[in-house]
Write a protein that binds this ligand. Structure first.
Ligand code: FAD
Length: 403
């Protein structure tokens, strides 16, 4: 960053994991101008992974999730405006307006607006005791309802659905998982890994219904159950929708930025409009490594892409093309995923699933592209290095447009 740029006011929309890292990296990199982070939730930036794990089971205070205490942000001279969403962005005048009428000028603007639970376009999806799980406020609504419930139906056998099922069974509560596909975690893992988690949950008492497509949530004001497409029905006092997320990109779209379930950015986190960037879950980024466009939902990406954005804003750009990684905790099992397995042509299982310590290694054209490691942190760490080497792009790869 040149001396003339040092006083720039950088405004970040969204106060989550990516926003927090961006602010920290900007200061660490020497930015002396104002940094303003605007978040619609009333909380300081916090970590979301525990929401479907420890935070749900142990019920601590929200502060335990905060990435840093208030004093940290004060000392870092990062201003936080919390509890009110940004409603509009005026590109011409470089002003963001909050829905309460407050306005803030920016020199450079970063979208870090994350995702929200996908809406389920089905009858009954907005009934009172139908929940999703993205934020502290969701846990505060969901937890008492779970405590009072006898029959809990979780729609979606992905990470979040299974993590919640694990919490419930560990507490002795009944849980039914309704999954439309023919195996759990189908979108993200190989059959061997799905089978391992299917068995794990069934052995602990989860009622898993595979190939069960939801037709409706039944009930008048309160949900009383779910109706399946095959005509069967299940009674429920609580229905948790865990069917995926979509990017919060409407604000960016309304401002004229190219979006496609995510703000489209280049490998330097730059959006289609100069001076505007996007990071974390809300961005759609090009991966030459995986030869396609990605929208990643992981702490790793939120942190690393935010660092990349800070470097660009500081005038030291470096292309960002990660080996993504992710984890999921279910009971005493830790699943760690390195890379992206979609499009693999070959999968080997290494180790012994019955010993609850094994890996699935995914290859495409002979190259290692992803590894799912169960209870094997060493294999995971090694995999990250191996995948980085084997998927490194030495030639420029043209990617079809994302927008
Ligand atoms: P977020 O942390 O979602 O923050 C975005 C913020 O922007 C939100 O507070 C949002 O309300 C706010 N916002 C949106 N629009 C506006 C607006 N107009 N004005 C102001 N603010 C706005 N990842 C892992 O790697 N491992 C895990 O085990 C894991 N478990 C998870 C479990 C759950 C239940 C959830 C919900 C997520 C989990 N994730 C996990 C994903 C991880 O938490 C996200 O990838 C990460 O939080 C993304 O950070 P972010 O800053 O991009 O978005």
């Amino acid at each position: 960053m040149s001396r003339a740029d040092e006083k720039k006011r950088i405004v970040v929309i969204g106060a989550g994991q990516a926003a927090a890292q961006l602010a920290i990296s900007l200061r660490q990199g020497g930015h002396v101008g104002e940094i303003l982070v605007i978040g619609d939730e009333p909380h300081l930036p916090y970590q979301r992974p525990p929401l479907s794990k420890k935070f749900l089971s142990e019920r601590p205070q929200p502060e335990t999730l905060f990435l840093r205490p208030e004093s940290f942000w004060r000392d870092l001279r990062v201003d936080m405006v919390l509890g009110v969403p940004v409603g509009t962005v005026n590109l011409r005048n470089q002003i963001v307006s909050l829905t309460d009428g407050c306005e803030f000028a920016y020199d450079e603007l970063v979208f870090a607006t994350g995702t929200r639970a996908s809406a389920l376009p089905l009858p009954g999806a907005t009934l009172e005791n139908v929940f999703s799980l993205r934020a502290i406020a969701d846990v505060h609504r969901l937890r008492p309802a779970l405590d009072a419930a006898e029959r809990i139906v979780i729609v979606g056998g992905g990470y979040i659905g299974l993590e919640v099922a694990a919490v419930l069974r560990s507490e002795g509560q009944a849980a039914t998982v309704v999954e439309a596909e023919d195996r759990v975690l189908k979108r993200v893992t190989a059959p061997a890994v799905s089978e391992f988690f299917d068995t794990l949950h069934r052995e602990r008492g989860v009622d898993i219904r595979l190939g069960a497509r939801l037709a409706a949530i039944t009930g008048d004001t309160l949900a009383t159950g779910v109706a399946l497409a095959d005509g069967k029905s299940l009674a429920a006092d609580v229905v948790l929708l865990a069917t995926g997320a979509r990017a919060n990109d409407e604000l960016a779209q309304a401002a004229g930025l190219a979006c496609n379930d995510g703000v489209v950015v280049d490998e330097f986190t730059r959006s289609s409009i100069s001076g505007i960037y996007a990071v974390g879950d809300c961005s759609r980024l090009p991966s030459r490594r995986y030869r396609r466009w990605l929208r990643l939902e992981s702490v790793q990406n939120a942190i690393e892409q935010a660092k990349a954005a800070a470097a660009v804003l500081l005038g030291e750009p470096a292309a960002y093309d990660p080996v993504p990684w992710f984890w999921s905790d279910q009971y005493d099992i830790k699943l760690q995923i390195a890379g992206l397995s979609a499009g693999h042509t070959h999968c080997d299982v290494v180790g012994e699933p019955t010993a609850a310590r094994f890996s699935a290694e995914y290859r495409s054209d002979g190259r290692l592209i992803a590894v799912d490691a169960v209870n094997d942190a060493r294999a995971h760490m090694l995999a990250r290095r191996r995948i980085a080497q084997e998927t490194e792009m030495t030639d420029a790869v043209a990617l079809e447009g994302a927008a």
